[in-house]
Design a protein around this ligand. Structure first.
Ligand code: SF4
Length: 237
């Protein structure tokens, strides 16, 4: 860690401690790896310091080409990559045949049904058999994430959730990525701070909220896909 800026040493030490605690006290544990900027930091910390933690990625089938390219860069960089989970084929075929392949633009209800098929059901399968999971959520990311704990009970999925980067700032995330020269999604260089499925993510303008590019055609209060639920009933991806 000698190449790290001084201010990141403590952050890294605490996050590694949290990961090791999860791997001993609440094992088996799995990391939900989206390959977003935060998750690239966690990938590096887990693969190097807590490699007994498994990781998986939800391949919705609609991810940007840049995300698939990054997946292969990660595999080449570490000789390890997240286990891939895909949507149930029959559910996807039925949905596409009944409502169309881009039905998510037609209504919030159809958008949520698409997220349920492509993300929520595969997430349930990916988490099955684990006692806890790890995410790259940060308090700073949105209002609904400000009450985030480092370790919390995830009622909707029935297991503990660890958020080792809860206290990190965006500048610290990028400080770590740059100083360690880690592979990252090139869409971040084109003003995509938050990256999801290609048809549901756009670049943001200067001054816009960092999640403004997700489901941009919807009202802010409906922007959720249910991967992460909070005590106030809100959810997000
Ligand atoms: S983000 Fe868009 S394409 Fe991806 S699962 Fe949700 S609605 Fe479907």
């Amino acid at each position: 860690m000698s190449s790290l800026p001084h201010n990141l040493h403590d952050r890294v030490s605490i996050s590694v401690e949290i990961l090791r605690l999860a791997a001993t006290a609440d094992a088996p544990v799995v990391f939900a790896n989206s390959l977003g900027a935060e998750d690239i930091v966690l990938t590096d910390l887990i693969y190097r310091h807590a490699s007994q933690i498994d990781d998986f990625m939800l391949d919705t089938g609609r991810l940007p080409a840049e995300t698939y390219e990054l997946l292969e860069k990660v595999r080449a960089h570490y000789g390890r990559a997240p286990r891939i989970y895909c949507p149930d084929t029959e559910a996807l075929e039925n949905f596409a045949n009944e409502f169309g392949t881009n039905a998510f633009y037609d209504s919030v209800e159809l958008r949520k049904r698409c997220c349920a098929i492509r993300k929520i059901e595969p997430l349930r399968r990916a988490l099955h058999g684990y006692k806890s999971w790890v995410t790259g959520l940060r308090r700073e990311q949105s209002v609904t994430r400000q009450g985030l704990d480092v370790r919390e009970w995830d009622e909707s999925n029935g297991l503990f959730k660890f958020n080792p980067l809860a206290d990190w700032s965006e500048a610290e995330i990028w400080g770590y990525i740059r100083s360690r020269r880690l592979p990252y999604n090139t869409l971040h260089d084109r003003h995509f701070p938050s990256i999801g499925c290609a048809p549901c993510t756009r670049a943001i303008a200067q001054g816009e909220d960092i999640r403004a590019g997700r489901w941009w055609w919807e009202l802010p209060e409906s922007k959720e896909c249910g991967l992460h639920r909070y005590a106030d009933g809100s959810a997000s991806a």
